[in-house]
Design a protein around this ligand. Sequence first.
Ligand SMILES: [Zn+2]
Length: 178
Amino acid sequence: MKTTKLSFSYYPPIRATVSNTYLWCVNFPSNSIEKAVEQLSKFPGVGKKSALRMTLFLLRSDNSVTEGLAQAIIDLKEKTQFCKTCGNISEAEICNICTSVNRNKGMLCVVRDFQDIIALENTGRYNGVYHVLGGLISPMQGVGPSDIRIDELVKRVGKGEITEVILARKANRELDTT
Ligand SMILES: [Zn+2]
């Protein structure tokens, strides 16, 4: 779609309608602010207006805040990996849940992604281990069994240690197919 760049000399930014598309038209006082807004607006659910608010907050914050945030983001990518057993997010090859001697290794809860693990762990009511599929089979979206961790699940169950498998998602068409 062709975008039309409009410039306004006043603040706050105003919303203008161009060909039924809402555009935030802002003259940023520096390239650094423009870049920060551009990067922050990549977060899901964060538009340019919120990104600008976050940028101004960072601009007013102490260096310790901005440096801490930058380091946390770098660590997030450099220090985390997927657990080789269950697919959970982990800082080691095998995650804390899989290595814990206090977990029931015979009970396996199959989840769509690691966010489900966080939710279940926060209930404090589950003491088994997990298997992250990394998605659900969805022929409509071109997601087949080979696109998610079904083979790994079959292998784990085939080893014989697991006696109970639980599917931890609300029933929906993709889960039924999976
Ligand atoms: Zn694990």
